[in-house]
Design a protein around this ligand. Sequence first.
Ligand SMILES: *[C@@H]1O[C@H](CO)[C@@H](O)[C@H](O)[C@H]1NC(C)=O
Ligand SMILES: *[C@@H]1O[C@H](CO)[C@@H](O)[C@H](O)[C@H]1NC(C)=O
Length: 392
Amino acid sequence: MGKVNRRSFAVRKPNESMRLIVLLFVGGFFGLIIGLSLPTTRPITKLNLPYGLLHLSCIQDKNTDSSSSSQDQLLNDPSKIWVPRNPRGAERLPPGIVQAESDLFLRRLWGIPSEDLTFKPKYLVTFTVGYEQKKNIDAAVKKFSENFTVLLFHYDGRTTEWDEFEWSKKAIHISAQKQTKWWYAKRFLHPDIVAPYEYIFMWDEDLGVEHFNAEEYIKLVRKHGLEISQPALEPSKSTKGVCWNMTKKRDGSEVHKEAEEKPGKCKYPLLPPCAAFVEIMAPVFSRNAWRCVWHMIQNEFVHGWGLDFSFRKCVEPAHKKIGVVDAQWIVHQGIPSLGNQGEAQTTGKPPWRAVKERCGMEWRMFQGRLTNAEKGYYKSKGIDFTDLVLHN
Ligand SMILES: *[C@@H]1O[C@H](CO)[C@@H](O)[C@H](O)[C@H]1NC(C)=O
Ligand SMILES: *[C@@H]1O[C@H](CO)[C@@H](O)[C@H](O)[C@H]1NC(C)=O
């Protein structure tokens, strides 16, 4: 993972290590003096407790049933910390020390920690990239202001080459060979890690960004209350067209949330693919929407097909909070780069076909899993599932 680690080992200078050792030594010495000056008969764990608590613990000690579980003992022994409201597994810690969320801000290795960050990026943009697409990614990154943390997921194992770009030195690089956007997202974009970011852009590498500006995009997303969105698509010359009317660019419009398809395609006009729908190639999630979507991503379904039809499960009402931004639009160039990373099959299928087949299979499996989960839920509530119109 990343250059961050490598650098952190390289940079510590010998005299800094010396200082650390000296500090440890001095600290240890003082600890020894304090330890020696304490009356040895007194249990150290109870030293800081107010008298009342100590008293209580004595009474309970006498009454404790010797067969009670260790957790009950914890609850009964006020000198031991047990905070059920803490994150799972951290109950033994005093809440004041618990940091349940993190961030991707890069820090320096010296100086006062609180002064590390002169400013904190408010948004996150991730690209899943191969080095072959460097020109495209360079152009795309430049459309994102300094208010963005840039995170690259490398599927081809080439990371150092990117340092020819100045921005790359401040970006975060994560490398794992031949994986997909949704695989990386599930592993490295846990909602508690990306919690500081108000919006998260999760983009493919083959998008043309000439008519796109990220700051302007966010203004529109805010204005129209979109929790899940994407820039409208303009078909490129190399692709036949845009798959869905919903994600196709409309002239003279800022944002749209509904579309029409050929008769029969949209039984329910407020449901995908006619509303409550964006595609998986360039989604943008609000912090809250991502917290939900992350939980819906299945670990072994790496292509994310079908996920786009289900994003709507995460926001309410979905047809108002999911939309497409026409005024900041992109071109889908349709370069099947990751598709070519498949393995040649023994059956003689070309790699791209095997990948495509898996995409479809994942879609069907995901739909099945989701339907079963919903059925299970309603059954557990005693609600007759057959009477519900769930519009899957
Ligand atoms: C970054 O965010 C700040 C605060 O919202 C804003 O004033 C500034 O214009 C943004 N930077 C750019 C380049 O838009
Ligand atoms: C796509 O949407 C536009 C505008 O709503 C509509 O005029 C057009 O007929 C739609 N195309 C199809 C194939 O339904």
